[in-house]
Ligand binder design. Structure first.
Ligand code: MG
Length: 204
């Protein structure tokens, strides 16, 4: 399986990092070795002094497809989970300055904690009004809602599948809202979709 992630998909987050709001989706990938499951602790890596949390809704792809038309795109994912796109912001900033790829900042081991539970999309009343949030040490740091997505889930699937075949079990991280920030040893992270807690782990 592969993990595809969308950058700058919420305008307020693009602005907080002084990035332009993109005209087409910004995408990057993480390998399967980035997955961190079952609320296991996240160990801060020694190569960065500035690991940021980015809470994101995650789509689970349910069947193989390429060149998927937008009107059929919703048929290609069946469940929505929650993940954190951990980012070595110091490395990413240096690479952005030089126009270099982001992998060292984004694709490192355990940089993609995901919820054990994924929720069937049929359980949501309105996919364009799903709220989610991240708490750090009991304080809400990020709160987002799919009504603020720049590129809808369908648009993302159509765009990505024009370049890369999507396969059953692939995951798409759909972008983070504003409020990203550094995590420190001892931090307690809890993530929610609506009122349901789906992530609950420590930084060590
Ligand atoms: Mg992200």
């Amino acid at each position: 399986m592969k993990i595809i992630a969308i950058g700058r998909n919420y305008a307020e987050h693009a602005k907080e990092l002084n990035n332009p709001v993109p005209a087409t989706p910004v995408i990057f990938m993480k390998p399967d070795t980035a997955l961190l499951k079952d609320n296991k602790p996240f160990y801060l890596p020694d190569f960065s002094q500035d690991i940021h949390h980015e809470i994101e809704l995650v789509l689970k792809i349910s069947k193989e497809g390429k060149h998927i038309e937008e009107k059929y795109a919703a048929d290609y994912y069946d469940e929505i989970g929650l993940g954190v796109d951990f980012t070595a912001r110091d490395i990413q900033s240096r690479h952005k300055e030089k126009g270099l790829p982001w992998e060292l900042a984004k694709a490192f081991d355990n940089s993609a904690p995901i919820s054990a539970k994924f929720i069937s999309k049929t359980e949501f009343q309105d996919l364009n009004n799903i709220s989610f949030k991240l708490e750090v040490n009991g304080e809400t740091r990020q709160a987002g809602n799919t009504k603020d997505l720049l590129f809808s889930f369908e648009r993302i699937i159509t765009f990505v599948s024009g370049y890369i075949t999507l396969k059953k079990g692939d995951l798409i991280f759909t972008g983070t809202p504003e409020g990203v920030g550094r995590v420190n040893i001892g931090d307690h992270l809890k993530g929610y979709i609506e009122d349901e807690q789906l992530l609950n782990f420590y930084v060590k």
